[in-house]
Design a protein around this ligand. Structure first.
Ligand SMILES: [Zn+2]
Length: 247
């Protein structure tokens, strides 16, 4: 007999019951092209730290020497609850038309009522700010551009920054012509960081428009069409309204 395929509606699916499966699922969603260092934006020099001596799902970045896991920068990062319970709670809340009460979460997840209430609150907050679906699409023009904005927090003892872009925050903005705008804070303007944003957010059936920066070259080939123009930029009026949101 063929194994029953666990659809998203199946509450006994491994991603909702098994911590390693839940982690692998989240990694697949966040990192379709392999692990991404949230500290420096590298994707090439990243090693999985397997073995009993390490926390499950830990990665080492060999470029900046920092360690990270898939939950860094997500609402799961500081949680003591297992990831599979978070995924189930998200699934229940996202798929229910009538909403899910803290009491239901408490019973279905086997967690205290207080924890369930907190979880429900965090999930509702996140769903409100979550960008649902992809930006762009077939027959649509999608503009991508990066802006350097403000100052990165300085490391203790570091010298006061002078000119240049090294100490600035990098914001990647995606603008659907005549439509939505989304802006993302990335660690640095590298091909890996730009790809990460485009993989997660953009519909590759779009006609992509960027400046001639090298980091758009390879990922641009995956779009229906890619126009690169020297010195081209998204209208500052459009992107500036959104930059503060991703601080
Ligand atoms: Zn790194």
């Amino acid at each position: 007999m063929p194994a029953k395929k666990a659809g998203p509606a199946d509450l006994s699916a491994p991603i909702f019951t098994n911590e390693a499966k839940a982690r692998a699922h989240l990694e697949g969603l966040r990192w379709p092209n392999g692990a991404f260092c949230p500290h420096c934006g590298d994707t090439e020099n990243v090693t999985s730290m397997n073995g009993d001596a390490h926390r499950a799902g830990l990665y080492q970045c060999n470029s900046c020497r920092e360690q990270f896991s898939v939950t860094v920068g997500t609402l799961f990062e500081r949680s003591h609850l297992p990831l599979h319970k978070w995924l189930l709670a998200f699934h229940l809340m996202a798929s229910s038309k009538k909403g899910v009460s803290a009491h239901q979460l408490h019973r279905m997840l086997g967690i205290t009522y207080k924890t369930a209430w907190f979880m429900g609150h965090r999930i509702r907050e996140t769903m409100k700010t979550l960008h649902v679906g992809r930006i762009g699409g077939s027959g649509k023009t999608l503009e991508a551009d990066e802006t350097f904005w403000g100052q990165k927090p300085r490391q203790k003892g570091a010298r006061k920054p002078r000119g240049g872009y090294q100490h600035k925050n990098v914001i990647v903005s995606l603008v659907e012509r005549g439509g939505d705008v989304r802006s993302f804070h990335v660690p640095s303007a590298t091909a890996g960081a730009v790809r990460h944003v485009l993989d997660e957010q953009a519909d590759k059936q779009s006609h992509l428009m960027t400046d001639d920066a090298k980091h758009y070259r390879k990922v641009g080939r995956e779009f229906a069409k890619h126009d690169r123009r020297f010195g081209w930029h998204v209208s500052p009026r459009r992107r500036s309204a959104f930059a503060p949101l991703c601080r």
